[in-house]
Design a protein around this ligand. Structure first.
Ligand code: PEP
Ligand code: MG
Length: 580
């Protein structure tokens, strides 16, 4: 048995085999080759293999009765046969002496770009299909074992590090726990790990390739992983895992019970989510609403800029699925660690202080308006809150609201139905916290983004593994900003919540309640433990004569309405029709 330590992110025990996760990174040579015929033969073999795979997927989806998805794979197989757009141009590039890999990258990227620049949203979205096919071709040409990237059985995933874009693509049902060599406790991967409640260890510096396939136990409580543990450890930690499961089962009894202290102070316990697939977890964990839907995951999950219709579908699904609960959707918070190739953002020296979130949105109004229109259309299907991130000044809020109003007018002119919605902002910069009084005049609610507020208040890069010992999420400056923001909000009848990770911090729950927090938005798995803490509190001993100031009440939820406009049928086929 060997024992290695790291920094724990999520408590809990994971028992199972290790899967070493190594994403494929391809270096494509620019050097010319002499055997052109051999390259063309490799290329043709790759086309045949990818076509075969796509046809197999088509058959599988048809058998499962998923005609729409099957149609995608059918179209993919046809695309690969397109002489004018794919086959001949690839052969021309190879005839110049380039490798098959080089030709595929060159030609597929050009075709994808042509799609992405088209007027029609449907055709723009086809660019993603071409990129998918390019990746499939490169996997075959490089001989990558993609089926085995994450394995096929549930396992403890061990990786160097994971970017948010990689994490979102993982098959969550195959994950028992997570161990990384790098990473920091406030990174988005750590946040996702908390939300999924995977036992997680970061900064485990001793990871080696020979761990792959070995039996292990990840002990989140003691921040360590045992490789090939002995029987004593297996017995002890299996018992602990059983005890955890029993405790979790007991928490289920709190479903449907009010989130209220013994002396009757209420708080709304909401969930943080990343997309429609999390609706189930919101309901299962009895969250009273969603306080943060990180809409950028809709963008990260998409290989190309999501269209208005694609976004509308995602927002509508969440709003409808959770009505009449309030769902706060944060507008796109791209930038810093959440990078997306298709956004073509410049490299920056200090990305956390750079071009991100609302700064991108206000600089690219067409991009922003696509999201605002999708949100407004979705508002007809539930109870929506629209929240703007990374605000530092009042003019930014005014500008966001102006664009929202512009979109509303456009949609009304088009005859689209729009429901009621609230407007809020994230308080995640010291500037916003200190100007909370004047910002409150513009909005219905504040949500404290304590992850970034900690980073910017303490000048601690939340991504940096080296700064962990300096990071203090209970820093008095941070706590003062939180308390003063709550007070400022309440002075103006603006309700105040917390959607950063601190909202679930057991050591601070009582403080937040004493300060009169209206809402805590935490990962779904933290809802019931937090409700248990709240219900065990008695704040009467802290109460003075002055009662908690009243915040604006939540708007009355509207009954979901039927969809207004049927979506136009999507044309089938592609290049032939497209390029004439
Ligand atoms: C925050 O900054 O606290 C927050 C909730 O947003 P994110 O973690 O996505 O930056
Ligand atoms: Mg933030």
């Amino acid at each position: 048995m060997q024992t290695f330590t790291g920094t724990k992110i999520v408590n809990g025990i994971a028992i199972g085999k290790i899967k070493l996760y190594k994403p494929a990174v391809y270096e494509i040579s620019e050097e010319l080759v002499s055997d052109i015929a051999a390259e063309i033969a490799r290329y043709e073999a790759a086309i045949d293999k990818v076509k075969e795979d796509q046809n197999a997927l088509y058959e599988k989806e048809m058998k499962a009765g998923h005609k729409d998805t099957a149609g995608i794979f059918e179209a993919h197989a046809l695309m690969l046969d397109d002489e004018d757009t794919i086959i001949d141009p690839c052969k021309e590039v190879m005839a110049e002496g380039h490798t098959a890999e080089y030709a595929v990258r060159q030609v597929f990227d050009e075709v994808a770009k042509a799609f992405s620049e088209m007027e029609d949203e449907y055709f723009r979205a086809r660019s993603a299909d071409v990129i998918d096919l390019k990746n499939a071709m490169l996997d075959v040409l490089f001989g990558a074992d993609t089926a085995n990237l994450q394995g096929t059985e549930p396992a403890i995933l061990v990786a160097e590090d994971l970017a948010p874009s990689e994490t979102v693509k993982l098959d969550k049902s195959l994950l028992l726990g997570l161990v990384t060599r790098l990473g920091s406790s406030n990174s988005h991967t750590a946040i996702l790990a908390r939300s999924m409640n995977w036992p997680t260890l970061i900064q485990c510096h001793d990871i080696t390739d020979d761990w792959d396939g070995k039996f292990a136990i990840l002990d989140g409580y003691n921040s360590c992983i045992y490789i090939e543990p002995d029987q004593e450890i297996i017995d002890k930690l299996s018992a602990k895992q059983k005890e955890d499961r029993e405790k979790e089962a007991k928490l289920q009894e709190l479903k449907g019970k009010p989130s209220e202290t013994k002396d009757g102070q209420k708080v709304r316990l909401y969930a943080n989510i990343g997309g429609p697939k999390d609706v189930k977890a919101v309901i299962e964990n009895d969250a009273e609403g969603v306080g943060l839907f990180r809409s950028e995951f809709v963008y990260l999950n998409s290989p190309t800029d999501p269209t208005e219709d694609q976004q509308f579908a995602a927002y509508k699904q969440v709003l409808e699925g959770l009505a009449p609960r309030l769902v706060v959707i944060r507008t796109c918070d791209i930038g810093a660690d959440k990078t997306i190739d298709y956004m073509n953002l410049d490299k920056e020296e200090n990305p956390a202080l750079g071009f991100r979130a609302v700064r991108i949105c206000l600089s690219r109004p067409d991009f922003f308006k696509r999201q605002l229109r999708a949100l407004l259309r979705a508002s007809a299907f539930g109870n929506l809150g629209i929240m703007f991130p990374m605000i530092i000044s009042k003019w930014e809020v005014v500008e966001c609201k102006k664009l929202l109003e512009e979109c509303k007018k456009e949609l009304e002119a088009e005859g689209q139905k729009i429901g009621k919605y609230e407007i809020g902002i994230m308080i995640e910069t010291p500037a916003a916290a200190l100007c909370a009084d004047e910002l409150a005049e513009e909005v219905d609610f504040f949500s404290l983004g304590t992850n970034d507020l900690t980073q910017y208040t303490c000048a601690i890069d939340r991504q940096s593994a080296n700064l962990e010992r300096f990071a203090n999420t209970h820093h008095p400056a941070l706590l003062r900003l939180i308390r003063e923001t709550i007070e400022a909000g309440h002075r103006h009848g603006t309700w105040v919540g917390i959607c950063g990770e601190l909202g679930a911090d057991p050591e601070l729950s009582e403080e937040f309640m004493k300060w009169g927090i209206d809402e805590l938005s935490v990962n779904p798995k933290s809802i019931l433990p937090l409700r248990e803490r709240v219900r065990n509190m008695d704040l009467s001993k802290f109460k003075t004569e002055s009662p908690k100031p009243e915040a604006k009440p939540e708007p009355k939820p509207e009954a979901p309405k039927p969809e207004v406009k049927a979506e136009a049928p999507k044309p089938k086929g592609f290049f032939g029709r497209l390029f004439g």
